[in-house]
Design a protein around this ligand. Structure first.
Ligand code: 5RP
Ligand code: MG
Length: 221
């Protein structure tokens, strides 16, 4: 097991382009990865990716499309506008994931990667098929709606995250994260923490991003 310091990714889930761009400008340099969030992509489309790429030419940019079908087309559309990584939902077919991977690599070269978003029911047998297809990033997600319904992070989540890491995935973790929740993952080789509202809705988003980074360094450094 390696012990690298987890990345910090900000998710821009604004309902308007201006809000997302304003937040990106405020926190973009404080984080490792910038996400064009699902909410905003559904509102404004991959223009969001294009603006983020022009603002941050060197950062990793993720299009959180949660793509379920037409993987090749969706990946091409986002990658040609500058997305390095794109998400596919775990219930998408392997051909959808493979088509997305091919398209994102064609446009972005070695930087191009597909991430599998884990929601609802999925199995470790399926996860092995994703690895076999050349996909080695997964996102372990507590959905907003599950959190609203009273779910919390717990051992059941940590055990699944650890098993995915043991299988060879780089695992990102997300869903209502705060600076206080990070310590739950102490000792786990998380690849990236993805925070949306915990950064963008803070009184001082740039300071919140720095606080996340400091806490990550404190725990994993
Ligand atoms: C929701 C998402 C969000 O981008 C992710 O969960 C981060 O948002 P927050 O920290 O606000 O929960 O993909 O499906
Ligand atoms: Mg997201």
């Amino acid at each position: 097991m390696t012990h690298s310091i987890p990345n910090l990714q900000v998710a821009l889930d604004h309902s308007d382009l201006q809000g997302a761009i304003k937040a990106a400008v405020a926190v973009g340099q404080e984080v490792d990865v910038i996400e064009a969030g699902t909410v905003c992509l559904l509102q404004v489309g991959s223009e969001l990716v294009e603006v983020l790429r022009s603002l941050f030419p060197d950062k990793i940019i993720v299009a959180d499309t949660k793509c379920a079908d037409a993987g090749g087309t969706v990946a091409k559309n986002n990658a040609t506008r500058g997305a390095d990584w794109m998400t596919c939902i775990c219930c998408a077919t392997i051909p959808t994931m493979e088509a997305a991977l091919k398209a994102i690599k064609e446009a972005r070269g070695d930087r191009g990667e597909i991430q599998i978003e884990l929601y609802g029911d999925w199995t470790f047998e399926q996860a092995q098929l994703w690895l076999d297809a050349g996909i080695s990033q997964a996102i372990y997600h507590q959905s907003r709606d599950a959190l609203l319904a009273g779910e919390t992070w717990g051992d059941k989540d940590l055990n699944k995250v650890k098993k995915l890491i043991d299988m060879g995935f780089r695992v990102s973790v997300t869903g209502g994260l705060t600076i206080e929740t990070l310590k739950l993952f102490e000792g786990v080789d998380v690849f990236t923490f993805i925070a949306g509202r915990g950064i963008t809705e803070a009184e001082n988003p740039a300071q919140a991003a720095r606080d996340f980074k400091d806490e990550i360094r404190r725990i994993w450094g």
